[in-house]
Design a protein around this ligand. Structure first.
Ligand code: F6P
Length: 488
């Protein structure tokens, strides 16, 4: 693979070549258009061969069979099981749907506040916003940051007598979340509300939540083999279920399950997650691009880049192999992004004109959902969609302006368009499962463990040591001086 000569034509030529349509992949109403990628059938075949050489098929099989593919934690990876019809028959799931239905029917509950961070926040927050058109339950808020302003500003919108807190923490040891739980309890007590009645917990470690005083009947658990950033399908999605109802939540799971089936069974040559995962590897490891952009042209999906950022960077931001040896080349790229078209008026200048080239995914639903049935509103969504394709074309094609270099667009900048009919719960579930599998495929080819996150531990330990001031010996004079400036 390292031998591939990339004497590729400029994208402005490539996109017009006969048979280019073969680089457009379809699954149900989802279309992944790779025609504006630095890709030919020959390169694609070589990437597919790379996947075969690495035995990607066996790895996928092992994941779905529940083998312990998370080597550093000696665990299976079981989030896909949460999307199966079998799981929806389980007592665990029934307990969730019953509780969500009770909350939705309870006229005394007007606000839900999810206290959680990272995977216990980003996924559900992004999906709740993404499915705003289907939101018919109480208002749902998310507080992740330990910055007290985050909680303060949300509580200012809530009535303590009609607010339910969901403490969402896989480990139930995350200090930021537990600090916010303490503040929320204080707020309830100061307003004459017993915290126990206003709090439920979601965790993989029930006993720890019980130790925090949560009634076991109000603890919703999930398997520790479900990674935090892959967990929105589990009880971590309780806030989403309360927002949209369990029927719509089932659709989210069904869409994800459809993508799981496609990933597990489609031949690699038409397997969308495999192809998109291999493209990540192509850009990073062979074309040397260290960043990758994700641009949803969908205001309700404005938090999708943040979710994908944790998903890909916590999974593949590694420097050792699955077997603990140093990597001989970098793995996952920097992932970043922003909603379109706002991003066009912010950093697209850089994408079009910078010396660096960064590939992007452009994500768009072809039709709006729950808009006024009015020609002007429908046309406005079309304007959005046209902007998306215009950017893809401009990045690829560019324009020659020899006489005015500042107006010269070099083009040849890759983008990939992912489009689907409309952002329904089913379509969103399918899209998110796709991005999970892209992460898993690329991580496997880079030979990293996409399911652990040891890299965040040191910072946590240092924050703990600084807070307890138990042993400041190893800290820099600057850190000690800052602590002094903070005061007691
Ligand atoms: O940032 C590290 C991390 O462990 C993430 O992987 C996780 O999503 C987040 O913290 C929150 O963890 P928990 O759900 O256990 O509170």
């Amino acid at each position: 693979m390292t031998q591939i000569a990339i004497a590729l034509h400029h994208l402005r030529t490539l996109i017009h070549q006969d048979g280019r349509d073969d680089l457009c992949f379809h699954f149900e109403d989802l279309t992944v258009d790779c025609t504006r990628q630095p890709l030919t059938q020959d390169i694609l075949q070589r990437l597919l061969t790379l996947a075969e050489t690495k035995s990607l098929a066996d790895f996928i099989k092992a994941m779905f069979a529940g083998k312990a593919i998370n080597l550093s934690e000696d665990r299976p990876v079981s989030h896909c099981r949460l999307r199966t019809p079998d799981y929806r028959q389980s007592q665990t799931y029934q307990k969730l749907t019953n509780f969500a239905a009770d909350v939705r029917a309870n006229q005394n509950i007007k606000s839900i506040v999810n206290l959680g961070i990272g995977g216990s926040d980003l996924g559900p927050a992004m999906v709740t916003a993404g499915l705003a058109g289907f939101h018919d339950g109480p208002a749902v808020h998310y507080v992740g940051n330990v910055d007290p302003h985050a909680l303060y500003d949300i509580l200012a919108q809530c009535n303590p007598r009609s607010t339910l807190f969901i403490i969402t923490s896989k480990t139930f040891t995350t200090s930021e979340t537990l600090v916010n739980v303490g503040l929320a309890k204080g707020w309830l007590q100061q307003n004459g509300v017993a915290p126990d009645a206003a709090m439920v917990a979601v965790t993989a470690y029930q006993k720890r939540a019980v130790d925090w005083g949560i009634d076991p009947a109000r603890i919703f658990d999930f398997d520790e083999a479900v990674g935090g950033r892959y967990s929105l399908w589990s009880a971590v999605g309780l806030s989403v279920m309360i927002a949209i109802g369990s029927t719509a939540f089932n659709q989210l799971l069904k869409g994800a399950h459809a993508m799981d089936n496609h990933f597990e069974t489609a031949p690699f040559a038409s397997n969308i997650p495999v192809i998109m995962g291999l493209l990540r590897v192509w850009h990073r490891s062979y074309l040397g691009q260290m960043a990758y952009g994700i641009m949803p042209y969908d205001q309700r999906l404005a938090r999708l880049p943040a979710w994908a950022q944790q998903l890909e960077m916590e999974s593949n931001g590694k420097s050792v192999t699955r077997h603990g040896k140093p990597l001989d080349r970098p793995a996952g790229p920097l992932i970043w992004g922003e909603v379109g078209v706002n991003s066009q008026h912010s950093f697209f200048q850089w994408l079009h004109h910078s010396v660096d080239i960064v590939p992007i995914d452009i994500l768009i639903a072809r039709k709006p959902v729950n808009l006024l049935d009015d020609a002007a509103w429908q046309a406005s969504h079309k304007t959005l969609a046209i902007n998306a394709v215009a950017q893809a074309e401009a990045l690829a094609v560019g324009v020659e302006q020899a006489a005015a270099p500042h107006r010269h667009f070099p083009g040849n900048r890759p983008s990939l368009m992912v489009s689907w009919e409309a952002t329904t719960p089913y379509a969103l579930g399918r899209l998110l499962a796709l991005y999970e599998h892209i992460t898993i495929v690329s991580g496997f080819v880079w030979d990293v463990n996409s399911f652990d996150q040891w890299g965040v531990e040191l910072g946590k330990k240092m924050a703990h040591d600084l807070a307890s001031k138990s042993d400041l010996d190893g800290f820099s004079p600057a850190a000690k001086a800052f602590l002094n400036r903070l005061g007691d």
